[in-house]
Design a protein around this ligand. Sequence first.
Ligand SMILES: [Zn+2]
Length: 305
Amino acid sequence: MHKSIGILLLLLSNYNYFSQITYPTDTLAMGEDSIIIFANKSWEFLEQSNKKMLFNASVYQYAEKQYKWKDKWDTISPYFYGNDLEAFTDTIALPLIDDLHSKFIIPHPGIITSTYKQRGKRFHYGTDVDVVTGDSLKSCFDGVVRYSGYSSGGYGNLVVIRHYNGLETYYAHLDKILVTTNEEVNAGDFIGLGGSTGRSTGSHLHFEMRFFGNALNPQKIIDFKNKKLIDNCIDLHRGLFHYKKKYHYKPSSQQLASKGYHRIKSGDSLYALALKNKTTVKAICSLNGISSTKILKIGEKIRVY
Ligand SMILES: [Zn+2]
């Protein structure tokens, strides 16, 4: 047992994802801003400040800082609420694998029986894969088990794995769970047996992929038929979160114009817009809180009167 248990307990009271993820330690030195964390089976040194365990730390930090998204390490509840997609206005490139965590393995080779879509009153947040009860299911990337247990929310026996890019995968309706919370897994490790626990009719794997709690369409990321990733990187933007229908509504130019808005096209200038709408550059700038030297971006919506 490590001598620094006092420090550790203090840190654990305030622990988060970064202090939970374990990682090879030989390259990490203890410095003033380093901390000691408890890895699932051993004590390890980890430098908290640079978040080296995440291979997309900059993306992660950006989401936290820019959007105030939270992604705590919660081993009691599989759900996250309150991360505001409304605020998510960028497209960010999220790598799925890197040199250290380079493997992807299909969780199960069965056929898809239901997709990510509105299904009656509920949105179906994942992809259903046909399994026979007792089939072995695999973690699709390297990661750490955040949740393992029965979930009364309909998932039945559920395993949630946090991966090193921040994505989480959910494996639901399991007949049996083979991993424990905080356990490190590699891509391809068996994490449970397929089943039909929870809200399920007939044995199948309900598989979800979430980023900061927001469910993505697994079929946009995984080519299930060919058992490989569609790409090594995904462009993440709120339009991918299809259950938020409002992000798919894009008003036409006419609709915008009737409300005093204009969508910037190639060649537009503030001066031309002012002329066309019988107003002044100054008035447009003040309506939009912009300066007259602002570079207009194509596709951007601007208020003209
Ligand atoms: Zn399902």
